[in-house]
Ligand binder design. Structure first.
Ligand SMILES: Nc1ncnc2c1ncn2[C@@H]1O[C@H](COP(=O)(O)OP(=O)(O)OP(=O)(O)O)[C@@H](O)[C@H]1O
Length: 220
């Protein structure tokens, strides 16, 4: 289970972006998070992805309370979570060819030996042809780069997926393709999903349930 318990988080302790939010995602469940711009969805998604330490509250991953964040989080927790962000260009090292970008988490966790086969398998899954795998981010479209970022998020077979506005800058067909990839992964592995988006229609079609976050937290 992915549990966010009374999480308060933000960038200024006197005016948190997220205040006292509790949210649970069960294994195999897909939960959408919908809300107005600035209400703190991305901040909460980053907390759930172990990338942002909350000011208070707790994140519990499969029964283990998270005590450390970002690169300090224990490897078994970090590798349990895959993340896809809205803007692939901000989350992709511009020097890496797409094949290396997808394999990055394997190399970072000492699983280099299995990289070639796993990258080929995932490239096929996300719809990247072999010629695209040899290109760098500036040589591919946003949609192609986001396909690579989805493959990178899946490469370690995470138990939890956090998709933060994954499809916001994509056309309808790429959106449908990438949602289908995530859904196929989720249903075949039993992974849980937290999907953040503005698009009500997309989330209600995509997710088992959608949490509507109606208000922007006002500074005290
Ligand atoms: N790095 C940062 N430093 C300071 N404030 C930030 C930072 N990132 C976000 N904020 C602020 O935190 C609040 C919540 O931002 P967040 O990105 O979590 O909202 P959101 O609901 O995801 O918005 P959107 O739908 O527009 O992406 C906003 O007021 C935002 O300005």
């Amino acid at each position: 289970m992915l549990e966010l318990r009374s999480v308060t988080a933000g960038y200024d302790r006197r005016a948190p972006a997220v205040r006292d939010v509790t949210l649970t995602v069960l294994p195999g469940e897909s939960v959408g998070l919908l809300g107005p711009s600035g209400c703190g969805k991305s901040t909460l998604a980053r907390v759930a992805a172990l990338l942002h330490r909350p000011d208070s509250g707790e994140v519990v991953l499969d029964g283990t309370p998270v005590r450390h964040w970002r690169h300090r989080a224990p490897r078994e927790l970090r590798t349990a979570v895959g993340v896809v962000f809205q803007q692939p260009r901000l989350s992709a090292d511009p020097r890496l060819r797409l094949a290396d970008l997808i394999a990055e988490p394997l190399r970072a966790t000492g699983r280099r030996a299995s990289a070639e086969d796993r990258v080929a398998e995932l490239a096929d899954t996300v719809g990247l042809t072999p010629d695209l795998l040899t290109r760098r981010p500036h040589e591919v479209s946003d949609g192609q780069l986001q396909r690579a970022c989805v493959a990178r998020a899946l490469v370690l077979r995470p138990r939890w997926l956090i998709c933060d506005e994954m499809t916001a800058m994509l056309d309808a067909s790429t959106t449908a393709a990438l949602v289908a990839v995530v859904e196929a992964y989720r249903t075949s592995t039993g992974a849980g999903l937290l999907a953040v988006a503005h698009d009500h229609t997309l989330l209600t079609r995509w997710c088992d349930r959608t949490v509507h976050w109606k208000t922007v937290t006002e500074p005290r």
